[in-house]
Design a protein around this ligand. Structure first.
Ligand code: MGD
Ligand code: MGD
Ligand code: SF4
Ligand code: MO
Length: 811
């Protein structure tokens, strides 16, 4: 209260950390209570906020928040864990002791960490410190959903461009420069629900005449504003990308100059071995590493040196198509340029094949290809729709190659490697001594484990079968594995059989319920965090903010960062953690930026550090005067990957499209099942907040009215969705824009909402509502291990026709 008795009202600028959009916000605090959140239009991501942001005060003050460290007193498997409150001191002590014990017996790699996705929680505040702790402790094993989220867009595409084609939270990569783009492609991505800052930018783009292509089985978000909406059959995106490329190549709708100069398309492939022709195959004196292309002007071969990116002699006109007889040391060998092989691969995806495979007409396909070609510069963002498949790696590569045909990479209005404020890395790579190979890297050497990211299924196997080595302790920050991942039954068995599991979270969840220790975490509104760059544009990238703590956390809850520093200290790693001083860590991060921590603390609204974007960075000469090119083995955008070939994978994207009607007879499971995220909740969270839950009380499954009518299902009826792997329940929601062979569910449902009298459900119960019980965990991408969350065959059955049996339907 103020002296006059009126409430004291403060407005605190910051940003919402609840999802990847990281919207700039203004929090209203009245007499010390956080009462509302509004957008901050002066912030580069502050044009709007969503319903989840508006519900933030409900999240902060929710009665189910964890407030004290809890210790299990009854065995795992007992329906009552017998949680007992304990002190931070004891909890951290137990964690450090368990980590030490496991390391002494099995090696430090037997301690794994898990993390929620930074796209759906505020864990980005602390994720670099988790990596640092892992490096300092000596384990490479971070279990998080990277195989489902970030792999396709940020990592698989590195095998084409050398960098991610779209930036992931941490990996870096090129972002669509929406403000300048001629044509934006949203591929299996609905930013209207999932990243409203991109949606706002796209709407602005449409106002100035930008073309929009949306590729989604549903007409959702901006699809109804799109110039072309391709209603792709789930799981066939790779075939679609090759089919679009086929039309573009056939009609000459591709940037030949870019392909010739900046891709490895001209390099020759030997037909006898199906491998790249090496200069040493032709010239006995050639050094190792050089390759060969065909010059049409001189009608002879030219050498190509990837170390310099130069052809020798300088070619008149490199060939992209045709077959050439080359005199090699072993005799005459017929060779074709890589691009010719790629074009032939695309040729297998004729409009008729695409119509059959992807359920998209030849006219629409051509219209999309024409729009893309005629509206350059093109930019794209592909997300969950293409990432949640057992063919995501090759699909992501095929989309990236289609994109390469436009020549728009790093062009103004293309996918641009935006500048960033110089910072120092704090993940402590230098602290890591000889880490063991991450779990999964032996089976899938090019997959997420190459970068220390362990898929949940490999983690379960290491715990249950000790393969490739045992994992006995898990320290989790958020990750709700039982809901996020397939096979929760195996997940429960794995987590229950650990020697020790600690989980830090805002709320108890079904995964945390299997822990030995549960730690209460301060929400993003109750802790400081440093954010350098807001990703989506040059302006956003130039913004630095030290998010203020708006209100204190409930009870004894602590920021993740403090917990990590606490564990480090107890492990004797304090010296590697700035002697326990979080500010010192921020100072180190900021040292190169020219912005001080004091400045940021004094100005919660944030600071701008002007940046300017240089485009076409691949053309810029390095200090030897050699154009930088792309950071790939051939220094070019790669249609053909020797890295893939060396590991026994096809060098060109060989797409396996899941077949409609399999694996079971089509009459048992005649419908294709995919899923999408609702706008009101993030993943498995937020169902306890009445403001949100009252707008979507129960999980839904979207289906076409004729599909429903054939099963006597009415809009709003409870139905069972069954696949050969399992079942779940949801309410039917009619959607007449869907193909009548496709149904679309939602995952993440388990939580009760006591305020609305809605019960929760067990994630392993087929009468509950865990979508991921229907996922076939064995259907996995051979390169990344990604399970197929978005393609399975299913059947839908009416449970009850009476609309008011909601409570029983959920039970
Ligand atoms: N069928 C299907 N499955 C999917 C998906 C799908 O679309 N369909 N999406 C996949 C994707 S893209 C992802 S990223 C994963 C997500 O999987 P997860 O990363 O596990 O995300 P959530 O399920 O939302 O669980 C996040 C947990 O973190 C907690 N949390 C929130 N903020 C914080 C914080 O600041 N600190 C800590 N310590 N905890 C916090 C929440 O309370 C919650 O318990 O799920 C994947 N699974
Ligand atoms: N409201 C909200 N926002 C979020 C999240 C959330 O859970 N809720 N999660 C955050 C996270 S972790 C992520 S990964 C992002 C994800 O953001 P998005 O990628 O936008 O998420 P989704 O809605 O899961 O999937 C996008 C679209 O893919 C379509 N789709 C389904 N199957 C296919 C297919 O086979 N091919 C194609 N082309 N499309 C298909 C769906 O119909 C859906 O409209 O959102 C982030 N923001
Ligand atoms: S979209 Fe909503 S939840 Fe995500 S950051 Fe913005 S306000 Fe927060
Ligand atoms: Mo995600």
């Amino acid at each position: 209260m103020t002296a006059s008795g009126a409430p004291r009202v403060d407005h605190v600028k910051g940003y919402c950390g609840l999802c990847i959009a990281r919207c700039g916000t203004i929090a209203t605090v009245a007499d010390g209570r956080f009462i509302r959140l509004d957008p901050d239009p002066s912030h580069p991501t502050g044009a709007a906020i969503c319903a989840k942001g508006r519900a933030a005060p409900e999240l902060v003050y929710h009665r189910d928040r964890l407030t004290r460290p809890l210790r299990r007193t009854r065995p795992k498997g007992d329906p009552d864990p017998g949680w007992e409150e304990t002190s931070w001191d004891i909890a951290i002590d137990q964690i450090a002791s368990a980590m030490r014990r496991t390391a002494a017996q099995y090696g430090p790699e037997a301690v794994a960490f898990s993390l929620s996705s930074p796209s759906t929680t505020a864990i980005a505040d602390s994720a670099p410190f988790v990596r640092r702790l892992m490096n300092a402790f000596g384990t490479p094993n971070l279990v998080w959903a990277l195989d489902l989220c970030g792999w396709g867009r940020g990592f698989a595409t590195r095998y084409v461009f050398g960098v991610g084609s779209v930036a992931t939270g941490s990996a870096g990569g090129a972002m669509p420069e929406i403000a300048k783009t001629g044509c934006l492609i949203l591929w299996g991505y609905n930013p209207s629900f999932s990243r409203i800052t991109h949606a706002t930018a796209a709407v602005d783009g449409l106002k100035r005449g930008m073309k929009l292509v949306v590729i989604d089985p549903r007409n959702v978000g901006l699809a109804n504003k799109a110039d072309v909406w391709l209603r792709v059959r789930p799981g066939s995106d790779g075939a679609l990308a090759l089919g679009l490329a086929n039309i573009m190549i056939e009609r000459g709708w591709y940037d030949q100059e870019f392909v010739r100069t900046w891709t490895n398309g001209p390099l020759l492939v030997r037909s006898d071995t199906n491998s790249l022709l090496k200069a040493e195959d032709v010239f006995p004196d050639a050094g190792r590493g050089s390759l060969v292309a065909w010059d049409m002007r001189s009608k002879s071969i030219v050498r190509y040196d990837p170390a310099t990116g130069q052809y020798d002699p300088p070619p008149g006109h490199l060939s992209l198509r045709g077959e050439y007889a080359v005199e090699t040391i072993d005799g005459t060998v017929s060779c074709q340029p890589i691009f010719d092989h790629y074009a032939s691969l695309c040729g297998q995806y004729s409009p008729e094949t695409v119509a059959r495979t992807c359920w998209i007409s030849a006219e629409q396909l051509t219209e999309a290809a024409r729009t893309i070609w005629e509206s350059r510069p093109v930019s794209y963002y592909a997300w969950s729709g293409h990432e949640h498949h057992a063919n995501t790696t090759e699909t992501a590569r095929a989309i990236a190659m289609l994109y390469a045909l436009t020549g728009s990479f790093d062009a103004p209005g293309g996918n641009v490697l935006l500048p960033s404020i110089p910072t120092a890395s704090i993940t402590g790579e230098d602290l890591a001594q000889q880490l063991a190979p991450a779990i999964g890297v032996i089976e899938r050497p090019l997959g997420p484990a190459r970068w220390g990211n362990v898929s949940t299924h490999d983690f379960y196997r290491a715990v249950l079968e000790g393969h490739p080595y045992p994992v006995r302790t898990l320290i989790g920050f958020g990750a709700n594995l039982l809901l996020a991942q397939a096979d929760p039954v195996r997940g429960r068995a794995a987590l229950s059989s650990l020697d020790f599991y600690a989980h830090a979270d805002l709320f108890m969840n079904p995964t945390a319920a299997l822990a030995d220790i549960v730690l209460p975490v301060a929400s993003c509104f109750e802790r400081e965090a440093l954010k350098i760059g807001f990703e989506i544009s040059e302006d956003a990238q130039s913004y630095v903010q030290l998010r203020s703590k708006i209100v204190p956390p409930p009870g004894e809850a602590l920021p993740d960062t403090d917990i990590i520093f606490g564990i480090a200290k107890r492990l004797g790693l304090e010296m590697k953690f700035w002697h326990g001083d979080v500010d010192a860590a921020y100072r180190e991060q900021l040292a190169l930026s020219g912005i001080s921590l004091e400045q940021l603390r004094a100005e919660p609204a944030g600071q701008r550090k002007s940046l300017s974007t240089t485009h076409y960075k691949y053309k810029i000469p390095d200090d030897r005067g050699i154009a930088r090119g792309f950071p790939t083995p051939t220094r070019k955008v790669e249609f053909w990957s020797e890295i893939f070939a060396d590991q026994g994978y096809p060098a060109l994207p060989d797409i396996e499209t899941p077949v409609f009607g399999t694996p079971e007879p089509a009459d048992m499971f005649p419908l294709v099942l995919t899923c999408a995220k609702p706008s009101l909740f993030c993943q498995s969270q937020h169902r306890a907040l009445p403001l949100l839950r009252k707008r979507l009380p129960y999980p839904e499954i979207e289906l076409h009215p004729t599909t429903a009518a054939a099963r006597k299902i009415q809009d709003g009826d409870w139905v069972e969705v069954r696949t050969s792997s399992g079942a779940m329940r949801a309410k039917a929601r009619f959607n007449n824009t869907l193909d009548d062979r496709v149904v679309v569910g939602q995952h993440g449902w388990w939580q009760a909402c006591a305020e609305l009298g809605i019960a929760g459900s067990d994630p392993t119960d087929p009468n509950g509502s865990n979508f991921n019980l229907t996922v076939d965990a064995a259907m996995r991408d051979p390169i990344s291990g990604t399970p197929s969350h978005r393609f399975n065959m299913c059947e839908i059955r009416l449970l009850r026709a009476d609309a008011d049996s909601d409570r029983r339907g959920m039970a």
